[in-house]
Design a protein around this ligand. Sequence first.
Ligand SMILES: NC(=O)c1ccc[n+]([C@@H]2O[C@H](COP(=O)([O-])OP(=O)(O)OC[C@H]3O[C@@H](n4cnc5c(N)ncnc54)[C@H](OP(=O)(O)O)[C@@H]3O)[C@@H](O)[C@H]2O)c1
Length: 306
Amino acid sequence: MGGALSRTGLSSGKSKYHSSKSLTGKTVIITGANTGIGFQTAVDLAKRNGRIILACRNDEKGEAAKSRIIQLTGNKSVVFRHLDVSLMSSVRSFADIVRKEEKGVDILINNAAVVNWNEVVTPEGLEETFATNYYGPFLLSKLLIDMLEKSSEGRIVNVGSIASLGGSVDGDTVWVHKGFTRGGYNDSKLALLLFTKELARRTAHTNILVSYVHPGTVTSELFRNLPWILQFIITFVMRPFLKTPLEGAQSILFCALDDAIQTGGYYMDCSLYDHSKWVPNSAYDKELSKKLWRTTERIITEIDSG
Ligand SMILES: NC(=O)c1ccc[n+]([C@@H]2O[C@H](COP(=O)([O-])OP(=O)(O)OC[C@H]3O[C@@H](n4cnc5c(N)ncnc54)[C@H](OP(=O)(O)O)[C@@H]3O)[C@@H](O)[C@H]2O)c1
């Protein structure tokens, strides 16, 4: 039941994804679903009649998003569950709740992210950008793999960024709080890409499809921690060239729903972009991916043991 892609009515790069796919009986988790691209993705998926779990760090915003989505779609199976994806302890508690409450998980969308201008260190000692954009999705995906395996077509969609092109990752010393730079967002999105490729290889024998998606450059709250002058430029000067959150959601929906998705693929504008100039060569470095995986597991174990 694949969807048809139409660019009608939208300028280049603002593809609209069309699919009549129903999610009746399916369970979907979306992190950071209370605003921006994640919220719009959740609205679309809720219209398809699935059970939609909004995994958000702010309870008030999460509950408000839940009420709004129920009001917009009439789907009463939309629920909010607390998740601060930058904290490994919170990721573990969330996964425990999912395990208790759900029979399985069909789609996991790792959407939550931050861009920081100044260094923030989480109570667990990780630099916040890397913790939110990379460590959290890594651990959450791993903890829910067996739940996704129960699905006839499990999917993990990692919301990345074209900014990964400007990133660099050292598989031996994955960033902790000592290494803050303003390029950390790019590095975290490259790490997420390397993780996507490695996870796809490790789950190749299962029914799980893993994908990485750049949603486009979108007007949202993502840039809220930047200096006001940069926010002004993005919000007012660049606005005509940016996508709306609804437009940004389209490629994520494509990755979550379409039959054409290839596991491990890098998607943007509802198309496969692997081996294009937009994908960094290091994304295909299998040794680096493996090293990164091992180092990440070691750091998470260190956090677990305090
Ligand atoms: N906007 C763009 O131009 C652009 C470009 C490329 C890629 N992306 C990617 O698209 C995705 C969505 O971004 P967006 O533009 O929609 O940004 P946004 O409007 O800032 O939304 C980000 C969401 O993530 C949540 N979040 C942040 N830290 C979290 C944490 N520790 N635990 C749980 N949730 C957390 C935020 O919650 P709060 O509201 O509580 O802060 C918010 O719901 C991100 O992965 C981003 O990197 C965006």
